[in-house]
Design a protein around this ligand. Structure first.
Ligand code: ADP
Ligand code: MG
Length: 233
């Protein structure tokens, strides 16, 4: 799924994303960046670049024509198969969290939450819940993750919009409900602003697989179900 389609899909479910567009040359990158009120971010688009920053495919906080041109050359020069770059608004500050979806062969979709970066990778501080989530599940997931204390403003640190994170977890659950084709999803990171100021999904990927949709109830099940007259007292 292309970044444009993903942007439309996530926005349709009320998940906020920074403004972004695809540039295939430096002129286009400059044009796009000039429409942003603040700084921009450039990210390489290439099949080989799954983890874009690992290969030098992300440049953050560029401002002005010169920096955008240099950044575009840098990220597209990082890999041999670069098709262009995403020019995205730079989101200042905030906490980084991740929200994802994985598929368990027995339980079906699982929703994942953690704080971005080292907390997840280094110490595995994440919470999983079976889809669908209730608002209580969402709250518990966040509370279960130890590093969430940082989101609440640990030791004088800036607090984040925890309510917006709860809301995002529920929106992801709704999305998975409507599209069982979503086998995996990874929003990492989501930048969480101060309380009341929401969040912004700055990186997302999704893996979809066709599924057989049976809107009609299974005829076997219908035959086995008691009819109205036979309902037990
Ligand atoms: P990847 O995960 O493929 O390396 P990301 O898009 O996640 O690439 O970018 C790498 C890191 O750069 C993110 O984890 C985040 O810290 C930072 N970043 C990415 N996009 C933005 C943005 N729009 N504003 C601010 N920081 C960003
Ligand atoms: Mg990322």
């Amino acid at each position: 799924m292309g970044s444009d389609e993903l942007q439309v899909l996530l926005s349709a479910y009320g998940l906020d994303l920074p403004r972004a567009a695809v540039a295939t040359d430096a002129d286009a990158a400059v044009r796009i960046a000039s429409t942003f009120p603040g700084k921009a971010v450039l990210k390489v688009i290439a099949d080989s670049a799954v983890h874009k920053s690992d290969v030098g495919g992300v440049v953050l906080g560029v401002e002005g024509e010169q920096e955008v041109r240099e950044g575009f050359a840098q990220v597209t020069g990082a890999v041999a198969d670069a098709e262009g770059a995403i020019v995205q608004e730079f989101v200042e500050g905030g906490h980084e969290v991740l929200v994802g979806v994985t598929s368990d062969p027995n339980f079906g979709p699982l929703i994942v939450f953690g704080l971005g970066g080292v907390f997840v990778e280094l110490i595995g501080d994440v919470a999983f819940r079976i889809h669908p989530l209730t608002n209580l599940d969402a709250r518990e997931m966040i509370a279960q993750v130890k590093s969430s204390k940082l989101l609440e403003g640990y030791r004088g640190g800036e607090p984040g919009d925890v309510a917006a994170v709860e809301d995002a977890l529920l929106r992801v659950s709704a999305l998975v409900e409507d599209f069982p084709e979503i086998r995996e999803m990874d929003m990492n990171p989501i930048k969480v602003a101060r309380p009341g100021e929401g969040l912004s999904v700055v990186d997302a990927r999704i893996r979809i697989e066709p599924v057989e949709r049976s809107w009609v109830p299974d005829p076997g099940l219908r035959a086995a179900a008691p009819t109205r007259g036979e309902m037990p007292e």
